[in-house]
Design a protein around this ligand. Structure first.
Ligand SMILES: [Ca+2]
Ligand SMILES: [Ca+2]
Length: 280
């Protein structure tokens, strides 16, 4: 066993300062880092001094991508940042209405003085979603702003299969076959950007025929319009026929589709949104 300690006088070592940059969700269930064009978001930055010495003139700064607007809401500045103290700044950031789909970055910086100038940086990765679809479309043909599968990626127009991408079978619920739709495995979560342009979502749901007496899956299917639940199938088991669920989406910015485990764990919970259509 060894006791290890850094050499030299502690006073000469740079103070331990933490910096975090966060974009909290504006809509429950939808990460704040998904940023539709033209819609303001709020970014929060907090610096904490964990050192035994104070630092002076602590200032937080936020840099945004070119053509994005930024407006300070809280200053993020302290003349003296003592041991255990923190300083927080908030900004309203607006991407241009013309922002192309893709990745963007916010960069935060703490600047302060100690024996010499010190600084810390923090970043937040954002993504601008694809434009909402037009007309009535199969959900498997729509771009997802977020996709989380419970056993590998969600499959388009196939059942989930195993964890590998592209290894599902044709969608089938208790013998009813579907050419189009999504095959997932609980817990699954999908977010689609609607931008207020869509009116309804409808789908047959149930446990895929990728199961037998040894694979008795059960799952529930939920549809959320922004933070509000718009449809819920209740628990569907491996023995159930498909059931149709329909959700109204007037004015919703985001559609969120969820496959839950039906309350009994997620073994064999291969759930299908079969024949699912979005109308915009
Ligand atoms: Ca798969
Ligand atoms: Ca289950």
């Amino acid at each position: 066993m060894y006791r290890v300690r850094p050499g030299g006088p502690w006073i000469g070592r740079e103070p331990l300062l933490d910096l975090g940059l966060d974009v909290p969700p504006a809509i429950a269930g939808v990460p704040g880092t998904i940023v539709p064009p033209g819609v303001p978001l709020e970014a929060t930055m907090t610096a904490v001094n964990h050192a035994r010495v104070p630092v002076l003139d602590a200032r937080l700064r936020l840099a945004v991508p070119p053509d994005w607007q930024v407006q300070p809401l809280a200053p993020g500045r302290k003349a003296v940042l003592g041991t255990g103290d923190s300083v927080t700044g908030r900004w309203r950031v607006t991407p241009p209405a013309s922002a192309a789909p893709g990745g963007y970055r916010l960069s935060g910086e703490l600047g302060a003085r100690w024996l010499r100038p010190v600084n810390r940086v923090a970043q937040a990765e954002l993504s601008a979603p694809s434009a909402p679809p037009g007309g009535t479309v199969d959900i498997g043909d729509v771009a997802f702003a977020l996709e989380r599968g419970g056993y590998g990626p969600v499959e388009r127009d196939k059942s989930n299969g195993s964890w590998k991408p592209g290894d599902g079978k044709p969608l089938s619920i208790n013998g009813v076959k579907y050419a189009k739709g999504l095959g997932g495995h609980a817990p699954t979560e999908l977010v689609v950007y609607l931008g207020g342009a869509c009116t309804s979502f409808t789908s047959d749901v149930g446990i895929d025929d990728e199961r037998d007496e040894r694979m008795q899956g059960s799952a529930g299917f939920e549809v959320w319009a922004d933070g509000a639940k718009a449809a819920d199938s209740g628990v569907r088991t491996w023995q159930d026929d498909p059931v149709t669920i329909t959700a109204a989406l007037p004015g919703a910015r985001f559609l969120r589709l969820v496959i839950n485990d039906g309350g009994d764990g997620n073994s064999y919970d291969r759930g299908d949104f079969a024949g699912a259509k979005l109308t915009c």
